[in-house]
Ligand binder design. Structure first.
Ligand SMILES: [Zn+2]
Length: 488
């Protein structure tokens, strides 16, 4: 068997003030890899594919993997050049039996509302109907009938925080390998849940829903079940939650399962609504805690959802309230990092911090700070089910202002783990309050050390208040705009 793999991935926030250009993509090509062929960072699925191919003695052809930190619409030329490079490699690799594509599922480029369907349809046109195409998606995806028509099987992350990226890649490989060996004939069906939202899987009733999907995958002829959550900040006509079922040669069973789980999910819609508090209410609750560590998630300024990550609303409020024994991370401000690095560790200086990218970032803060530590090319650890992954945060500094430790970075990234603080010698457990810019990926790393987690929907680019999102193109004949869109 000849197995081809490649991917282009970013999550596009069409409301973000920052375009995603070619320079924003970190591109790894076969020639960039060391002798082990191991891809770092989010490249785990490719490592899984390569290992499984080696075990079977199958030929594995890796083309490229391009990942950009979520931001605004991808520039047309950037998307087309990456896509065309990958597809040219696919043509050059012909004949292939299997194509494996870890993509995102919510990538939008100028002129392309749905980059994934575009990529998979073009790949299909190149390899023909007999090759098996498998696609792995982030659960923040919008899945369309056109996409399932072009692919043989799609497997979507089940966990938010996404701790199962590599596990799902292994499942996708197994499903597609069996199909290529003619042991199975995957068939897919979708059910439109007619919802837009953000669903956190550690909490009930989501936890039981995910566990039941996994349990049902053991039933006869069921290959995979996935909930495509949707990405609420991608203003495209296909934005919305879909239930996907993959069965072995049984389209009626796939349709029944998609409907059964889709209807069950729709019935949970009020219970899975975000419980996020406004800024002042979140801080009131956090400061009312008599002991222990409180973690407040600044969801609205999550770089992972395309926000700038330089908003100052919470930091300003903490300073005005005179809060101490607190730490906040990470404000993206490459200029402030450069100034602090020039001043050096231990320096005390006046610094203009954050608030640079637009109204959603608030005003910059003019602060007297001490540079407590500097780390060039700082990396934070993010734990996947099969081990930790290092994520580059760029040159970074720890500043101290009025008893608040502030981590400032130069490469946009949300906070995935307490290493963002501990790298600088700041013990997160010794604080009373941690404010972190992340919607939910922080959870796996911080839940074990937090006594209380508060989700905060302050001002910012990705606050989970869906009715406030200024959609122009999405079809809003869905929950929460309609309480029962099926009855309309
Ligand atoms: Zn996601």
């Amino acid at each position: 068997m000849r197995v081809f793999a490649g991917g282009i991935a970013t999550e596009t926030n069409t409301f973000s003030p920052m375009p995603t250009g070619l320079a924003d993509f970190e591109v790894q090509r076969a020639r960039d890899l060391d002798d082990s062929g191991e891809l770092p960072g989010f490249g785990g699925p490719f490592n899984a594919f390569r290992n499984r191919c080696q075990e079977r003695g199958w030929e594995y052809i890796f083309s490229l993997y391009a990942f950009a930190q979520p931001a605004g619409t991808t520039v047309r030329a950037a998307y087309e050049s990456l896509r065309d490079e990958m597809l040219a490699a696919l043509k050059a690799a012909l004949p292939v039996d299997i194509v494996l594509l870890p993509l995102h599922g919510a990538m939008v480029a100028e002129g392309y509302d749905d980059c994934e369907t575009d990529i998979v349809q073009r790949a299909r046109a190149i390899v023909g109907p007999r090759a098996k195409i498998g696609v792995e998606l982030d659960l923040h995806c919008d899945v369309t009938p056109a996409l399932i028509d072009a692919a043989d099987a799609i497997v979507i992350y089940k966990e938010y925080p996404h701790t199962d990226i590599n596990e799902r890649a292994e499942e996708l490989f197994a499903i597609i390998a069996d199909a290529a060996d003619a042991k199975t004939r995957p068939t897919m069906a979708l059910f439109d849940c007619r919802m837009i939202g953000l669903y956190l899987t550690p909490y009930q009733p989501m936890r039981a829903f995910v566990d039941d999907m996994i349990a049902r995958e053991a039933a006869p002829h069921v290959l995979s079940l996935s909930l495509a959550h949707c990405f609420p900040w991608g203003d495209v006509p296909t934005c919305g939650t879909q239930m996907l079922a993959v069965t072995d040669g049984d389209p009626a069973l796939a349709a029944r399962l998609a409907r059964e789980f889709g209807e069950r999910f729709f019935a949970m819609r009020h219970e899975v609504d975000p419980r996020s508090l406004p800024l002042d209410a979140a801080l009131d609750q956090a400061l009312a805690a008599e002991s222990g560590l409180v973690v407040v998630a600044d969801q609205a300024d999550n770089a992972g959802g395309g926000a700038p990550s330089d908003s100052t609303f919470v930091l300003r409020a903490l300073l005005e309230r005179g809060v101490s024994e607190a730490a906040l991370g990470m404000i993206w401000d490459p200029v402030a990092v450069k100034v602090a690095m020039s001043a050096g560790e231990g320096a005390e200086l006046d610094l203009r911090l954050g608030g640079k990218m637009g109204p959603m970032s608030g005003d910059p803060l003019d602060l007297r700070v001490t540079v407590s530590a500097i780390i060039p090319a700082m990396k934070q650890q993010w734990t996947q089910s099969d081990g930790p992954v290092a994520i580059d945060c760029g040159d970074s500094v720890a500043l101290c202002c009025q008893g608040i430790d502030i981590i400032v970075n130069s490469r946009r990234s949300q906070v995935f783990s307490p290493t963002v603080f501990s790298n600088f010698g700041i013990d997160p457990r010794a604080k009373r309050l941690l404010v972190i810019k992340s919607t939910q990926h922080f959870y796996a790393g911080f839940a074990p050390i937090a006594d209380q987690i508060i989700y905060m929907a302050g001002p910012g680019a990705v606050a989970p208040r869906f009715k406030d999102i200024p959609y122009r193109r999405a079809d809003l004949r869905k929950y929460p705009w309609l309480d029962d869109p099926f009855a309309e």
